[in-house]
Write a protein that binds this ligand. Structure first.
Ligand code: NDP
Length: 354
């Protein structure tokens, strides 16, 4: 740990989240003080318990403070950023089913980002604000609305095209990230701070408690055999520990400001994930489905099933992404697919989720 880290505070928004908790643990281990935001401090005991149960060697919860702030309201944000050297803005809704209205996701994502960045700018002007803000975006802001047929590898220069077929979550991440870059680009000199984004793929890896978030649903559903087989869909996936590490590195990497960083490994199919799980866990009684579900059947089921409708839109599409910039500028070395899948499965078994 460098000497200054001990006196530097990092604000992490959405401290109850899956990625945020891993990030907080890595920040504490690196010696930073952490201030986390929660929608309500009613969750504080639960969050402290989960973090306390998973503390790495050398980290202490004495260096963690939790404060209340909600993305849809102004209260609390200015006080939250005051005195922080860095901000990691991660909070954003990630539901497992489509919302009643797309604005239910777009508004908190976009307005929340604007609130956090505006508070950071005001604190800068007052001489008490962060020098750098790292925002968690997504490959949802990079890939969607494009052909994704294997003929192109997408990178940080690509932005999702918000065609009518693009879902509410992907829209929320694209609109929020665009709003953030626009706001940061227009700041007057006295309010300016450095800014970059981390754009993860589908996040797997160890869960820290039995509270399962949306990106754990794939592994959970396969282990519980809640699906009859695997449709032809796939993702660029990434281990949560590597996503957290990318955020921590981006706080201080000299060449990070002004850049987007894709955090995901190469495309893999749902059948690839199912096969890894079947190979390792069949002997322990888990009947992981490894058959294929044909596209026509998905289309029929999607007439009444909302989750199937989401899958139909993704049938046959690929997530081919370059992580050259992330590897080079953040010294990023992501774990392979089998490791993130089995780490998630092992942790689900340990927490009795499956
Ligand atoms: P989680 O659902 O575990 O965490 C989301 C966090 O955002 C929670 O702390 C949640 O609080 C908070 N939040 C949601 N809505 C609000 C609100 N209105 N006001 C305040 N806080 C709010 O998801 P992840 O950890 O997976 O996601 C974290 C970030 O990473 C998000 O920005 C997500 O879009 C992004 N991401 C995630 C990927 C994934 O596969 N998991 C992939 C790519 C990007 P509460 O606990 O109270 O609900």
């Amino acid at each position: 740990m460098s000497a200054p880290a001990a006196s530097q505070t990092v604000l992490v928004t959405g401290a109850s989240g899956f990625i945020a908790q891993h990030t907080i643990l890595q920040l504490l281990q690196a010696g930073f003080r952490v201030r986390g935001t929660l929608r309500s401090l009613a969750k504080e005991p639960e969050v402290r318990k989960v973090l306390g149960d998973n503390l790495p060697a050398g980290a202490s919860l004495d260096r963690l403070e939790l404060v209340a702030a909600e993305l849809t309201r102004d209260d609390g944000w200015e006080a939250a950023v005051r005195g922080c050297r860095f901000v990691v803005h991660m909070a954003s809704p990630l539901p497992s089913t489509p919302p009643a209205h797309e604005d239910d996701l777009i508004k908190p994502a976009r307005d929340g980002a604007v609130r956090v960045l505006t508070a950071a700018a005001a604190a800068r002007a007052a001489g008490d604000g962060p020098t750098r803000v790292v925002m968690t975006s997504s490959v949802a802001a990079v890939l969607y609305g494009h052909a994704r047929d294997g003929s192109k590898v997408y990178d940080e220069r690509d932005w999702s095209e918000l065609t009518p077929l693009v879902g509410a979550y992907e829209k929320s991440k694209t609109i929020a990230e665009r709003a953030a870059w626009e706001l940061v680009g227009k700041l007057p000199a006295d309010q300016r701070f450095e800014f970059c984004t981390i754009n993860p793929g589908l996040v797997l890896g160890p869960i820290l408690s039995a509270d399962v978030n949306t990106s754990a649903e794939l592994v959970r559903k396969l282990l519980k055999r809640e699906l009859p087989g695997c449709p032809n869909v796939g993702w660029a996936m990434v281990d949560v520990r590597d996503v957290a590490a990318a955020h921590v590195a981006a706080l201080t990497a000299p060449e990070a400001p002004g850049k987007r960083f894709i955090a995901a490994i190469e495309h893999a199919s749902m059948l690839d994930v199912a096969t890894i799980l079947a190979d390792k866990y069949a002997a322990r009684g888990y009947r992981v489905p490894t058959g294929k579900i044909p596209g026509w059947l998905m289309k029929v089921v999607s007439l009444w099933d909302k989750t199937a409708r989401l899958a139909v839109q993704e049938l046959g599409l690929r997530q081919d992404l370059s992580t050259k910039q992330t590897r080079e500028l953040l010294d990023w070395k992501p774990r392979p697919l089998a490791e993130m899948v089995t780490a998630m499965a092992d942790s689900m078994i340990a927490h009795r989720v499956v």
